[in-house]
Design a protein around this ligand. Structure first.
Ligand SMILES: [Ca+2]
Length: 407
């Protein structure tokens, strides 16, 4: 051993690792060894950023191969843009509204103190909690959660498109672990490293996480007060305007549609004939707003105020900010959209799909969750019902099926 320096030890270990891997998983051996090498090669980068050797060792103890699910999810991340109506429909519906209102009652005191501290209204915070993690429901499926340092190392190692992002997020994740705010076991997140009830990536956590419950730890995984306050802090720090809405649904006269994407004051928009379809007046006439028509001439139109763009600092997507805004309105007791989205023919809304599940359940055909997702369980229930009713058992949820079930 005296001939061996540390590098030599490393290659002995690598050799032992390779041989043992060869015994069990021949095709994976090379990739795994490459991953282990990547982890040891990355240490100097982490050390430069202030990560102690002990933290690094602890973080990667037991991590021997890339997270295969992370690679799979990264590979199949849909490239196409989901239609706005479909994005909104799966996030803003009777169930997310009802749960939001229940959570509002349950966490009334916490939300009041967050409102006082960060000047962001509770309905917006509840809507974010819903869209990000279904009010923490992600924690009910621990197998779908990923250990964040491993997930990010996997992306840094094997996903060229996301390597730069993953390297900087990994450093931030290691800093979080080093800070003692979270244990290694708790440091879980999505395949891309979004963590906790409000799905913060490590760098955003470092910038915005707060200890709202006062136990000395900034814990967005287990402490709902900390997670919700962290979301409010992000909005507040990015310029949230207290007491102002995110935007208005509007009806647009034909001649004004050419101004889509333009910014004008509410007063100027009013002069061009834009109105709220519910007949109510706009708020501040001097506020600047941008006209958006996410589905073109055939869908609802909106005037987006400053807070819409603050919501986009959370997640840089119009559909996201619109879904949060609309859900917040409904949780806060305001009505939903007056104009309807132009959907492909025959498509059922989330609420209609839930209704089908409710009927099938009460008739004894369905035992799963009422979630509007027509998976294999719902399809089987539909087929069984169709068979008994003398219909073609295609298992497809449709308007006519819902009509029959209602009878
Ligand atoms: Ca705390």
């Amino acid at each position: 051993m005296s001939l061996c320096n540390s590098k030599c030890n490393m290659s002995v270990l690598l050799f032992l690792f390779l041989t043992s891997a060869m015994l069990f998983h021949v095709p994976q051996a090379a990739a795994d060894a490459g991953f282990r090498k990547w982890i040891s090669d990355f240490y100097p980068v982490a050390a430069k950023a202030g990560i102690r050797k002990s933290t690094y060792r602890k973080a990667f103890a037991g991590v021997r191969e890339p997270d295969p699910e992370v690679l799979e999810k990264a590979r199949f991340q849909p490239e196409f843009k989901e239609d706005t109506w479909s994005y909104v429909d799966t996030r803003v519906h009777s169930s997310t509204v009802a749960t939001g209102q229940q959570m509002g009652e349950r966490y009334d005191a916490v939300l009041s103190s967050i409102e006082r501290r960060f000047k962001v209204s509770r309905s917006v915070i509840l809507a974010i909690w819903s869209v990000e993690s279904s009010y923490g429901n992600v924690f009910n499926y621990p197998d779908r959660l990923h250990y964040v340092p491993r997930a990010l190392a996997t992306l840094a190692y094997a996903d060229r498109k996301r390597a730069k992002y993953a390297r900087s997020q990994l450093i931030a994740a290691l800093k979080i672990l080093q800070s003692g705010n979270v244990t290694k076991k708790e440091l879980t997140g999505s395949w891309a490293g979004a963590m906790g009830h409000t799905q913060f990536i490590p760098t955003s956590y470092r910038a915005f996480a707060v200890d709202q419950d006062g136990d000395g730890r900034r814990d967005i995984w287990k402490s709902i007060p900390d997670a919700l306050a962290t979301a409010a802090n992000l909005l507040h720090s990015n310029g949230w305007r207290t007491g102002e809405t995110w935007g208005y649904e509007v009806s647009v006269p034909r001649k004004a549609a050419r101004y889509v994407g333009k910014s004008k004051t509410i007063g100027q928009w009013s002069k061009l004939g834009l109105k709220r379809p519910n007949g109510r007046a706009f708020g501040n006439n001097r506020a600047k707003a941008v006209l958006k028509m996410p589905a073109g001439n055939k869908g609802p139109a909106f005037l987006m105020l400053r807070n819409f763009y603050v919501l986009k600092t959370y997640n840089n997507s119009d559909s996201y900010a619109l879904a949060v805004g609309l859900l917040a309105d409904r949780i806060g007791g305001y009505s939903g959209l007056e104009q309807s989205w132009q959907k492909p023919k025959g498509v059922l809304s989330m609420d209609q799909r839930r209704e089908i599940q409710v009927h099938l359940k009460s008739l004894g055909y369905y035992k799963g969750e009422i979630d509007g997702n027509i998976g294999s369980g719902s399809q089987l229930a539909i087929r069984t019902y169709q068979q008994r009713a003398g219909l073609t058992p295609d298992g497809v949820p449709s308007h006519s099926l819902l009509k029959m079930l209602k009878r």
